[in-house]
Design a protein around this ligand. Sequence first.
Ligand code: HEC
Ligand code: HEC
Length: 416
Amino acid sequence: MKSAVPKFAVIFAALAISIAIGAQQVPEAPAGFDGVTNGSAPQNVMDDASKVFQEVEAASPNGLGPVFNDVSCANCHQTQAMGGAAQVLEFRAGHNDSSRPATAVNIKHRGDTNGSAGTFVAATAITANGTAIPNRSLINQRAICPDAQEHVTDVDNIRATRLSLALFGDAFVEAVPDATLLAIAKSNHGEAIMVDVLESPGTQAVGRFGWKTQHASLLSFAGDAYVNEMGVTNPLFPDEATQVCQPAQGVTQPNSSIDDINNFTTFMRALKVPPRGPITAEVIQGQAIFEKIGCATCHVETMATAPAGTAIHGGAYVLPDAIGGKQFHPFGDFLLHDVGTGDGIVQNGPPDTQYKVRTMPLWGLRTRTQFMHDASMGTYSEAVMKHGNEAGNAVSQFRGLSPAQRQLLYQFLGSL
Ligand code: HEC
Ligand code: HEC
């Protein structure tokens, strides 16, 4: 490993310089928690789409359930403004099948979870009336009838909870070229996974949304969320999780046309990036410490979108002027890393992603109360100390900071 360090440092420095040079001419993405469009859609179109995002669905006539987590996108995506995060924790489960060969990664983690070494198998939930819902790691916490309520069994002894994420700025994240994410992955050992773009069958792109980078497209994520969070089937996800308590009376299949998920997407693509808090002299000093001790390796400060007019997602989405050719500051790399917090779940990635999670983008950090994917940490220092493995070097440098230096670092984090 020692000989790799200088090479790694050179590549990273080169990348940082090229981003910095590029950054000078590239306009900033608009920032605000104000509900005002970023320009990708007229204000009235964004407002109408926002109303659909806030709509409360019912079993009849909208097709809510039979199993679901909440009744509206807004219930899990609202703080500061519509589209923020929430304190909601979702529940996933599965187990490692020891009769199948273990990957090197989960052998290494054998002691980290309740699971035995082996290949990840998503949970088989059992509904209250005894019906199995196989091969689905998401365990829905609500149902439209008692019979459909899901339960996990002792077999599925890997358990994970995950916090909701804010949607501000995702319009710009979606427009980052795959090549940018692949270059960062090469320099910081992050893992980029290729995922299906569901609206363009046969097309793949680098996943960047969700804790496991399970989607690349906001339209694909909207279809996924509609069925998995709310149980509303749609053209991208036409199948109900279970037939228990189905079909609900007077409900079409799929439960909704493409219009709803198009509206969710229009709304998300019109959101601005999170605005910064005051940038004081202390904040600037804290940022220098953040960079010096290696936090910015994963919490990447600046990225740029592809030029306006670029067709992405297999031609399904052409970047408008408001989105293309902008720079923004996510303080994240949208890649998977093993920082010792991995949740043991595999979604759209290969088996070695089991113990990895996406670098949490730190933009908007000051608007959150609980940290890490499972909400297990309550302060910035706890969140940093929880990092290990790939982030081990940065954390040991953090340990070496004086109390005054740590305070500066926290002031910087509190400005995000
Ligand atoms: C029960 C709460 C809940 C509901 C309802 C919900 N979400 Fe989410 N949302 C979450 C959670 C939790 C995550 C993180 C999921 C993960 O990656 O495991 C998330 C993640 C997302 C992301 C990825 C954001 C990012 O930056 O990576 C998008 C996009 C999204 N949701 C859109 C929607 C849309 C659109 C709806 C309505 C159809 C919706 N969500 C309904 C809880 C919810
Ligand atoms: C190897 C990549 C990597 C490095 C280096 C790294 N982080 Fe992280 N960071 C992550 C990942 C991955 C997560 C999400 C972990 C989880 O949720 O389980 C995270 C989460 C966080 C969070 C929690 C954010 C939230 O809203 O939940 C904070 C704060 C944070 N990092 C700060 C830092 C600081 C400060 C440093 C430097 C000392 C640092 N990180 C270095 C990858 C990294």
